[in-house]
Design a protein around this ligand. Structure first.
Ligand SMILES: Nc1ncnc2c1ncn2[C@@H]1O[C@H](COP(=O)(O)OP(=O)(O)O)[C@@H](O)[C@H]1O
Ligand SMILES: [Mg+2]
Length: 378
């Protein structure tokens, strides 16, 4: 891209950044106002000749005010110690071997943080600086991820602390006053310690899953999966553990297309959804397995699994938050990570998941997986 001299169109639009006729390759000219990052260009005298739309948005200075000003006035940057950046770096007077300024975190008036880097354009090596091109980037997105990481760590620390406090408290009590408790009291305390240790273990396993999901490292090892049989196994496990058999209703619509998926991960999804329906929901838990349109393009069919119950359901206003990590509606002992992991696993399979209201009034979670047969079977 090349930068032409100052001119203003009849509409008042500043044309300073557009290539001059005959300069640069036609068709390759980029309108600086289309750039996502702020671009400020100063000429050989340090006068601003280009101040694009993103620069205006980030600095809240109008291009018309910035153009023709010195860099120092148009872009009054300071470093984090409050020193004026243009005086410090002195692009026109500094070392003649300087070609650029690496990216820095700097402050605009009012304390707004921006990422700034600059390039010094010289006609010949060691010659005078003909142009200075400055890129200005918003740090908001980066700050947001940093904030969310910090929040995650704070939440995790808090979640780990409460079970560990109880483990520590009960073991210390037992060690100090072993003789004074009856066997039943000791058993009760050890049971609590046991349950809390399980909770910590589970939390850590979930956190590891989350870190794999967040970094895109969740591996999906596909093989044929009989999802109806998998659901049926989960139901049997609940019944064996004391749930009434008529609490569950499994409906499988045949014929189902083949399904290639990671059986362990699908088990994790089913176990989370069914556990939620049992724990947070009420009444009959209905699981429908049906053929459906594939969520993946270029594939005809897929498999849908719908888990619904007759409990209170998810309030309308919370539906878009149930899949976020640590979101918990009720205080029934969970970590709030289950649905986040479920969504991560389903999406790693190329599937989709939605939440809604069941016909009976409870919560209804429905996920759809593509067939994903390996290419050699297609
Ligand atoms: N079937 C359901 N009925 C009512 N609420 C539910 C249901 N499933 C999930 N929820 C709500 O969504 C929240 C998040 O679920 P989840 O991520 O599995 O975390 P956890 O089960 O550990 O609390 C739960 O705390 C609960 O409030
Ligand atoms: Mg759960």
């Amino acid at each position: 891209m090349s930068v032409a001299g100052t001119s203003t169109t009849p509409e008042g639009r500043d044309m300073q950044c557009t290539p001059a006729p005959g300069q640069g390759e036609p068709g390759l000219a980029v309108d600086p106002d289309e750039l996502p990052d702020g671009l400020v260009v100063a000429d050989a005298h340090g006068r601003v000749v280009c101040f694009n739309a993103a620069a205006a948005r980030i600095t809240a200075v109008r291009p018309a005010e910035a153009l023709g000003q010195s860099l120092e006035k148009a872009l009054p940057l300071e470093d984090l110690e409050g020193r004026r950046w243009w005086q410090l770096t002195d692009p026109y007077g500094g070392l003649a071997i300087r070609k650029r300024q690496p990216e820095r975190n700097l402050l605009l008036p009012g304390g707004r943080e921006v990422l700034v880097s600059a390039r010094y354009v010289r006609d010949e090596p060691l010659g005078p600086v003909r142009r200075v091109a400055v890129s200005v980037r918003d740090t908001e997105a980066r700050r947001r991820t940093e904030r969310s990481h910090a929040e995650l760590i704070a939440t995790v620390a808090h979640e780990l602390r409460s079970p560990l406090t109880s483990v520590k408290g009960f073991t210390a009590t037992l060690l100090a006053k072993w003789e004074r408790f009856t066997d039943d009291q000791k058993r009760l305390m050890l049971e609590t310690v046991d349950a809390d240790a399980d909770r910590v273990t589970r939390l850590i396993a979930e956190l590891l899953d989350i870190s794999r999901i967040d970094s895109g490292r969740l591996e999906v090892r596909r093989q044929p999966v009989d999802i109806g049989a998998a659901v049926s196994r989960h139901i049997q496990a609940y019944v064996a553990a004391g749930q009434r058999a008529d609490r569950f209703l499994l409906r499988i619509e045949q014929p189902l297309p083949d399904l290639w998926a990671d059986p362990d991960k699908i088990d994790q999804v089913l176990s989370n959804l069914i556990e939620n329906a049992v724990r947070h929901g009420e009444g009959t838990v209905t699981i429908d397995v049906t053929p459906s349109a594939s969520p993946r393009e270029g594939e005809e069919t897929g498999t849908s699994v719908t888990v619904s119950d007759e409990g209170p359901g998810i309030p309308e206003e919370s539906m878009n938050r149930v899949f976020t990590r640590f979101w918990r509606g009720s205080k029934r002992g969970g970590t709030g990570l289950g649905l986040y992991i479920v969504k991560g696993i389903v999406e790693a399979h190329g599937g989709t998941i939605t939440v809604g209201r069941a016909p009976e009034g409870g919560a209804e979670f429905r996920f759809t997986l593509p067939v994903s047969a390996p290419a050699y079977l297609a």
